[in-house]
Design a protein around this ligand. Structure first.
Ligand code: MSP
Length: 501
């Protein structure tokens, strides 16, 4: 079955930071997991290159918007292999192939009668490229996200007739209770809808860096319309000579943080209906990574550089840390000290040591071959249904709970080592069958848990699965292995790193 997952497309007014990497890593965890389930996966990410935020940043930097976009898009793209993202395409909205398709779709929206002319009066944040209603404003007419004064705007605009979709949106939320997860975000979106929808401005007359409206080229398209449509347009040109739209639309999952909920959960389905397209199946909304008490963001100047963190600890450790430290869906603070602590206690001790010990014992006591044996009843209880639970959690985009489910097995295997004390069983070999059984169960448990961890720890799991002679990544064939395979010893998976930066 097709599985299409996306990240937000990121603004190129600044360089990527860990907040952006976080959404991309989350989508990548899901993409990798779904591939392990045999799904036909398409994973899209990219950059949002039009609009006032980019125009303003380019002006400040003394370059053209396209130059700034080229420079920063390259940095976003360069981050992908570093965080081990397995995206299938990278879309840039300044790509003429995107523009062509946006014009086509927006013309359809216009022809279908969903666009009106009117006067806009309101309060606008140039960094969000968004108007803020009275209830969305922070005190003293400031932007709650960027903490800057809002601008009063009065202008002639085209409007998208969002208000006409009120009932249809309410119907969608009723029919599909998991359209937006987690539930708190669903309720937020639904109450926004139930509060009464107003038409939204579709164009800005003053904007220079944006796409012209096909029916009124004097006006430039409000960046959010051009941006949202990336999820559809990309499918049209991601593969030379092939249109993937039929195969992958509607998208299975849009991943993003909560500040862009309204655009995706309210405006986006309506825009798609207006263009005779289906809304996406679901969206997963996560919280903010915080540094101290504030959202990590370039404009607040408190970013953790993912390039630096990865150079020191590797991409696996960063991926692991983010989903472990911050419960996916909620806001959570991250810190270098927290990262180092989890690296040491969980990755190096819990998992790295378990792997080293198991491989070393099989090597030493059984000549590097896993002895064929039966599943130990005391472990069967813990492993029974674990894959289904893990997959079920990821179906609901519960990335931290799924990781905890796998980690529960890691801890269980460590306890099993302590309970069975294989080194004592090996001393006199009074009961060689029991030692066979214990080693088999450890190797098998390690193989299963490592297969589950593939999406979180792609590099480590590759090394470890190779050492366990496991070629397949498929979860369907996870049933217990009969044993008899060769293993290799490995140097520590998470070596000690000098701290005290
Ligand atoms: N261009 C729009 C999105 C258009 S999607 C059709 C945009 N871009 S952005 O560069 O501001 O990226 C916002 C997204 O980056 C968030 O929704 C989230 O996915 C990610 N994050 C940016 N900072 C983040 C944190 N501090 N914490 C978690 N995610 C963060 O909005």
């Amino acid at each position: 079955m097709a599985y299409y997952v996306t990240t937000p497309i990121y603004y190129v007014n600044a360089e990527p930071h860990l907040g952006h990497a976080y959404s991309t890593m989350a989508a990548d965890v899901l993409a990798r997991h779904m591939r392990q389930r045999g799904e036909d996966v398409f994973f899209l990410t990219g950059t949002d290159e039009h609009g006032e935020p980019i125009e303003l940043a380019a002006e400040r930097a003394g370059v053209t918007p396209q130059e700034l976009a080229d420079r920063n898009a390259a940095k976003f793209e360069a981050l992908l292999p570093i965080i081990d993202a397995t995206n299938d395409f990278f879309i840039r909205t300044s790509d003429p192939r995107h523009a062509e398709r946006v014009a086509e779709i927006m013309q359809r929206v216009y022809d279908n009668g969903w666009v009106d002319k009117g006067t806009y009066e309101g309060w606008y944040c140039p960094r969000c490229a968004d108007f803020k209603s009275e209830r969305e404003q922070a005190p003293e007419r400031t932007c709650p996200i960027h903490e800057i004064p809002l601008e009063e705007v009065r202008e002639e605009n085209w409007f998208f007739r969002l208000s006409a979709f009120q009932a249809q949106l309410e119907g969608l939320y009723e029919e599909r209770p998991d359209f937006v997860v987690p539930e708190v975000r669903r309720n937020e979106a639904l109450s926004f809808i139930e509060g009464g929808l107003e038409d939204v401005s579709l164009s800005r007359p003053k904007l220079k860096w944006g796409m012209p409206l096909p029916w009124d080229p004097e006006q430039r398209m409000y960046v959010w319309f051009d941006a949202l449509l990336n999820y559809v347009t990309a499918l049209g040109f991601a593969r030379e000579g092939e249109d993937l739209t039929e195969r992958f639309w509607p998208a299975d999952l849009h991943v993003m943080a909560k500040e862009i909920l309204k655009f995706h959960a309210v405006i986006w389905p309506a825009l798609l209906w207006a263009a005779d397209l289906e809304p996406p199946k679901r969206m997963a909304i996560h919280g903010f990574l915080l540094m101290g008490e504030k959202k990590m963001s370039k404009s607040l100047g408190n970013v953790l550089d993912p390039f630096e963190a990865i150079e020191r600890y590797g991409a696996d450790a960063l991926r692991f840390y983010c989903f472990r430290e911050v419960s996916f869906g909620q806001d959570g603070a991250i810190s270098t000290a927290g990262f180092e602590a989890r690296y040491e206690t969980e990755l190096a001790n819990d998992f790295g040591n378990l792997a080293s010990r198991v491989l070393a014992m099989v090597d030493r006591y059984r000549d590097a071959t896993v002895p064929p044996a039966q599943v130990d009843a005391v472990l069967a209880e813990d492993f029974e249904g674990a894959v289904e639970r893990f997959s079920g959690l990821l179906d609901r985009a519960e990335l931290s709970q799924a990781l905890e489910e796998a980690w529960r097995l890691v801890r269980r295997l460590n306890r099993y080592v302590e309970e069975t004390r294989p080194w004592e069983l090996a001393k006199d070999e009074a009961d060689p069958e029991r030692l066979d059984e214990v080693l088999y169960n450890l190797a098998e448990g390690l193989r299963v848990v490592t297969l589950l961890l593939v999406p979180y720890l792609p590099q480590t799991s590759d090394r470890l699965l190779a050492a366990l002679s496991e070629d397949s990544r498929a979860l369907a064939e996870l049933g217990s292995h009969p044993g008899g395979q060769r293993i290799d010893r490995l140097p520590p998976l998470f070596p000690k790193i000098e701290t005290g930066s």
